[in-house]
Ligand binder design. Structure first.
Ligand code: GLU
Length: 512
């Protein structure tokens, strides 16, 4: 449901704890599509309150990923906007104020327990047969907090400032009910919920507090995020209630599953299955491959990701970003997990390459390398190379390795295929034909093909024998794009010198 009283404002709220996982990219994409569709705002908020998990460089990585994909935020750190700052570490004082407000309202309390005391509580609970002990209504009465201590002790603890946290006071026996656009009515029993810390001893808020305070202050209309946050939503709903704020619309996206369909896709799966699960390369102690470096076109990747958990309800699979914006509907997001299929991603990328001109492919091709070859080759040659090869590859990085024969004579020849076809009697024909080609005034694919075909017919030679040999002369194997276009691009001299080298090789092979 789109509220008509309020404009659409959505946020992508990653924590800079490492490179942005492909699931995060999908979350960003769905937020972006939804914002654009409803002419709303797409906001980037950096949730960096967990100092222990903060990784330098991760925020830049997130921004660079969004830029590469063309998902530019309307507001965010470095993007402006009048609901800032957009980095939670710069909003510290706000959270404290709101946490205290909840204490005043009786919905939260101060807790002073030391880590040892918390551990003792857990052990005692386990000894009583409670194997998932938590700080909740069952134990809070015997803990050190502002509900159990006398007022002057509370004051003393606050003044001392050690281990001062603020916890949410969950009332047991309530049903917490909320609507999720994807899951429908979601219910939790408050008995299952713990008295979550909302403000930590270091004065920093936890995710829960910062997240809902910011969603409120930033006037977020829809929270679109991964399913792993669904269970936190129960606490969030109670907090909205305690503040007397109206909650946003919740949209929890299905999990992205491993290629096997079993379990959530993890960052380790990339290495395990040999494909990237990150948009860009990330090199620290560990190294993760990126879709960009693997030669993917960002639009193809977005198209692929759009379908991981959503469907337009038609057979159409290829959509430009603009078309996705037009057809995207949060009501068509599916509940069940979406299996990550790298072959599908490669298929999308190939479809994009095929639809692009050689000229358009050039930029991605140059970035993919290898530089030593590409930078020493004429641009027009590369454009034609890209055009001829695009149907034969799936990514930018595959162009040169798959089409090395465009740049240098083959290092090896397919012996088996040569032996199957080459006979000593063919030599004189190859020689005559070479002389004919050498005399051609215009050297283009059509004339070449006509010349060769004409000669073969006149001399009663089989195309099925001759053409493959000709291809092996040029490419080394039977694989390759349209042969005569390739020969035209190589030019007469390069072609004829390959001809000589290959013919000598053919002769050698059959005399073995
Ligand atoms: N910081 C959380 C994350 O890293 C945000 C979850 C949310 O969108 O509420 O995914």
């Amino acid at each position: 449901m789109i509220r008509d009283t309020q404009s659409v404002r959505v946020r992508f709220a990653p924590s800079p704890t490492g490179p942005l996982h492909i699931g995060g990219v999908r979350t960003a994409l769905y937020n972006y599509l939804f914002a654009r569709k409803h002419e709303g705002a797409f906001i980037l908020r950096i949730e960096d309150t967990d100092q222990a998990r903060y990784i330098p460089g991760a925020e830049d990585y997130i921004r660079e990923s969004l830029e590469w994909l063309g998902l530019k935020p309307d507001e965010g750190p470095g993007y402006g906007g009048d609901h800032g700052p957009y980095r939670q570490s710069e909003r510290k004082s706000k959270y404290k104020m709101y946490a205290q407000l909840l204490v005043e309202k009786g919905h939260a309390y101060y807790a002073f327990d030391t880590p040892e005391e918390l551990e003792k509580m857990r052990q005692e609970e386990e000894a009583r047969g409670n194997y998932s002990p938590k700080y909740d209504h069952k134990v809070r009465d015997r803990m050190k907090n502002s509900l159990t201590l006398e007022e002057d002790r509370v004051k003393a603890c606050l003044d001392a400032g050690d281990n001062v946290t603020i916890r949410l006071k969950i009332t047991p026996g309530e049903e917490v009910v909320f609507q999720d656009t994807v899951r429908g009515t979601v219910r939790f029993s408050s008995d299952e919920l713990d008295d979550k810390v909302i403000l930590k001893a270091d004065g920093m808020p936890t995710y829960h507090l910062a997240n809902i305070v910011d969603d409120h202050l930033m006037e977020i209309s829809h929270v679109i995020r991964g399913e792993e946050w669904l269970s936190s939503t129960a606490h969030h709903v109670l907090m909205y209630r305690s503040f007397d704020w109206s909650p946003p619309v919740f949209v929890h996206l299905p999990l992205i599953l491993k290629p096997t369909g079993k379990g959530k896709l993890s960052k380790r799966d990339g290495a395990k299955f040999g494909f990237p699960v990150f948009p860009l390369e990330w090199i620290r102690e560990e190294r993760y491959h990126g879709f960009r470096e693997e030669g993917f076109n960002p639009n193809a990747l977005l198209n692929f990701l759009a379908f991981l958990g959503w469907s337009p309800g038609t057979e159409q699979e290829i959509f430009t970003l603009q078309e996705l914006i037009e057809v995207f509907d949060i009501h068509n997001i599916v509940k069940s997990g979406a299996r990550f299929d790298i072959d599908k991603a490669r298929w999308y990328n190939q479809q994009y390459l095929i639809s692009m001109s050689g000229e358009d492919i050039l930029e991605g091709l140059m970035a993919a390398g290898p530089k030593d070859i590409l930078e020493n080759t004429d641009k027009n040659f590369l454009v034609k190379f890209a055009d001829l090869m695009k149907e034969r590859v799936h990514t930018y990085t595959e162009f040169v390795p798959e089409g090395l024969y465009f740049f240098k004579p083959p290092d090896t020849y397919d012996d088996k295929q040569i032996k199957k076809r080459y006979r000593p009697e063919l030599r004189k024909h190859f020689e005559t034909l070479k002389a004919l080609i050498d005399q051609l005034e215009s050297f283009n694919a059509r004339i070449l093909q006509d010349t060769v075909k004409h000669y073969l017919i006149e001399n009663d030679l089989k195309i099925g024998v001759f053409f493959p040999l000709l291809r092996i002369m040029v490419c080394g194997s039977l694989k390759g794009p349209d042969l005569f276009s390739l020969i035209e691009l190589l030019g007469k001299n390069a072609f004829l010198s390959r001809w000589d080298a290959a013919l000598a090789y053919f002769e050698g092979i059959i005399s073995e």
